[in-house]
Write a new protein. Structure first.
Length: 351
C-alpha cells in the first residue's frame, strides 16, 4: 500500500485510537465529537501534558506533538515515537519505514486493496450502511448534574433568550470555563455534552468548542428531536451549521431548525433527512462564507428531496470574512434572506 491507502485504511476502519495505543501513548481519548484524538506521550518521556499527542480524525490524519518539532501526519508521529526521529529532516527520511511499520503492525498486506470510489451514488451506499451500523451510546441524564444550570449572559446579549436557554438545557461548567449544553439523538436520548469557551477566556490556548462527554456528531442532527414536530407542521426544515444558530432561531420563533455541527453534511445526517415526510422542504441556511457551488453540492448529496438554499447575494449579513450565520443578525435579516432563497429542486423526483 502507498501512503494514501494506508491513511485511508486507518481512517475508514476507525483505527486512530488503536494506532496511538500501539505507539504506547497514554490516556487516549476523543474530543470534538470524535474528530480529534489526544493522548499523553509514553511514560518514558515523563510528560504530564494529557493532550501532547494529537491526531485529527479526518482523511489526512494530520498529527502533531505539542511543544516538539513533530507535525505532519501519522507517519511523522511514528517516525518520532518508534524510530526516535524528533527533527523534521529525520522524520522525512523515515516516512517509508514508518509506513512499513504501520503495515506490519496492522497486517495491512492481507487486507483487501483499497480503491477510490468513483460511482456517482456512493453516498447512498454510505447512508444505507450508516442506517444499519452503530448508534451513539445513551448516557444518564444525571450527568448534567455535574454542571450549574444557569443562562449565559453573553448569549442573552446576542439574542438567545433565557427561555430558550432553559429549553436547551444550557448550563455552566466552572472547571472547563465553558457554557455547556446537552446533545440528544433523534429519539431525544442524551448522548453527549458540548461546551463553548466563555468569551473572557477566548484568547487562551484552548479549543472554542469541546465535547465534555463525546459522541459521534456525524450521525446526528442537533435539535432534530425537537425540530421534527415543527417541521411537520410548517412543511420546512432549516439546516444550519452550529448549535448556537438553532438556539437563536428558537428565540425568534423558528423551532424547525437543526444543525449539522460543522461545515459539511455527513451520510448519517442525510439518512435522518431522508426519513422525513416527502412534502417537507429542506432549506439549507449555511454561513455566509459558503459559496453557491459548495451549497449546491450539499443539496445534491441530500438527493431526491424538495430542497432550497439561502445565499447572501445582497450582502444582508455583511462581510463574508465574518462568517455570519443566517440567524446572527436577527429575524428581519433572516426573513430578507428567505425572500430571495434559491430553489434547488421543487419536487421529489419519481424513482
Amino acid at each position: 500500500m502507498d501512503f494514501k491507502e494506508i491513511k485511508a485504511y486507518i481512517y475508514q476502519h476507525e483505527l486512530v485510537p488503536d494506532l496511538l495505543e500501539k505507539l504506547h501513548c497514554e490516556g487516549i481519548k476523543p474530543e470534538q465529537g470524535g474528530s480529534l484524538y489526544v493522548a499523553r506521550l509514553p511514560d518514558e518521556y515523563e510528560s504530564r501534558n494529557r493532550r501532547a499527542v494529537q491526531v485529527k480524525n479526518v482523511k489526512g490524519l494530520y498529527s502533531n506533538i505539542r511543544n516538539r518539532d513533530v507535525s505532519g501526519d501519522i507517519f511523522n508521529l511514528v517516525a518520532a515515537l518508534i524510530f526516535d526521529k524528533w527533527d523534521k529532516e529525520g522524520q522525512d527520511e523515515y516516512l517509508g519505514k514508518s509506513a512499513m511499520w504501520i503495515e506490519d503492525t496492522f497486517d495491512l498486506e492481507k487486507t483487501k486493496e483499497i480503491k477510490e470510489k468513483v460511482v456517482s451514488n456512493d453516498w447512498l451506499k454510505e447512508i444505507q450502511s450508516m442506517r444499519s451500523s452503530g448508534e451513539n451510546e445513551r448516557i444518564p441524564v444525571s450527568i448534567m448534574n455535574e454542571y450549574i444550570f444557569a443562562p449565559y449572559k453573553g448569549w442573552i446579549d446576542e439574542g438567545i433568550s433565557i427561555q430558550t436557554q432553559h429549553k436547551f438545557g444550557v448550563a455552566m461548567d466552572i472547571e472547563s470555563k465553558r457554557v455547556v449544553f446537552p446533545v440528544h439523538n433523534s429519539n431525544g436520548d442524551l448522548i453527549g455534552v458540548k461546551g463553548r469557551l466563555l468569551d473572557k477566556w477566548m484568547d487562551d490556548d484552548g479549543y472554542k468548542y469541546l465535547y465534555l462527554h463525546p459522541c459521534n456528531k456525524s450521525i446526528e442532527l442537533f435539535n432534530f428531536h425537537r425540530a421534527f414536530g415543527s417541521a411537520n407542521e410548517t412543511g420546512k426544515l432549516y439546516v444550519v451549521e452550529g448549535a448556537k444558530s438553532t438556539m437563536l432561531a428558537d428565540s425568534m420563533g423558528y423551532e424547525n431548525v437543526v444543525s449539522i455541527e460543522g461545515d459539511s453534511i455527513q451520510p448519517g445526517q442525510i439518512a435522518l433527512m431522508l426519513g422525513l415526510p416527502l412534502d417537507i422542504e429542506i432549506v439549507l441556511a449555511l454561513d455566509a462564507d459558503k459559496d453557491e457551488e459548495d451549497v449546491r453540492k450539499m443539496a445534491e448529496a441530500i438527493g431526491m428531496r424538495r430542497i432550497s438554499y439561502l445565499i447572501d447575494n445582497d450582502n444582508v449579513l455583511g462581510d463574508k470574512s465574518h462568517k455570519r450565520a443566517p440567524f446572527d443578525l436577527g429575524k428581519i435579516a433572516f426573513e430578507q434572506l428567505c425572500q430571495n432563497k434559491t430553489i434547488y429542486r421543487k419536487r421529489v423526483l419519481a424513482s
